[in-house]
Design a protein around this ligand. Sequence first.
Ligand code: HXC
Length: 257
Amino acid sequence: MSKKFIKTYEDGPVGVIELNRPEVLNALNRQMIDEIVAQLEDYQRNSAIRVIMMKGNGKAFAAGADIEEMKNDTPTSMELADPFAVWDRIASIKKPIITAVNGFALGGGFELALHCDLIVASEDAKFGFPEVKLGVMPGAGGTQLLSKAIGQRKALEWIWLGEQMSANEALELGAINRVTSKELVEEETMRLAHQLAEQAPLSLRLIKEAVDVSSDVPLREGMKLERKNFYLLFDSQDQSEGMQAFVEKRPPHFKGE
Ligand code: HXC
């Protein structure tokens, strides 16, 4: 697929996706979401890539779904095009996805960040769900993912009011992972991506799977999956390497096998 609305490049083991519609604050039209998801899947298949990093540009990460594109939709046009179905495919990406949020992350833009595993924000970033002010509501998982991250009561208040929150408020609530200066947000996110890329890839993958199910399945089921994943890792060369390196008092070299 040709990429009109994103830029992509690789920084060693880190595959980068840069949202690229700065003239409309990276408003997410449907083709752009298709491109993002297709690229995530490309990186998932590419064995040289261990971690995926997403970022915005200019004044925004993304100021939401493209209101121009959406404004004349009807229930029937939505049902036929089912534009949000493609978002479900993000959940099947097994590699870590971390995102650098600069400027606005609103509506669908905040939802996109919440679909990522870790969120690093610049101190001037603004998060929020303004949909209520447009007479609609979040539609790509925002009500669920925010409630999961910060609890129902705070999520309800935030989404009802439609207000923007600062990066520090979002951090305090547990909606994001880290806040950095504006100048350092990309560098810090890339540093974190490289740090993750040095960990054993199969461990990262099975940890992500176990943590992801924790809010969807009963405790015992989640613990069973965790135990299975733990046992499974003892089939990997990286488990032998990690434990041997410890015994030999040297750093491990993980291959993802
Ligand atoms: C289409 C958008 C847009 C959007 C900004 N633009 N957000 N176009 N869809 N979501 C365009 C503006 O029309 C403008 O184009 C240009 O980007 C710059 O924006 P300004 O408004 O001039 O910038 P500023 O004054 O700095 O205000 C920034 C802003 C404001 C506060 C972020 O743009 C804003 O409120 N945007 C809409 C935010 C929003 O409601 N998002 C939720 C969308 S619904 P021109 O051509 O005039 O220069 C949604 C549903 C999700 O996300 C459903 C699941 C996917």
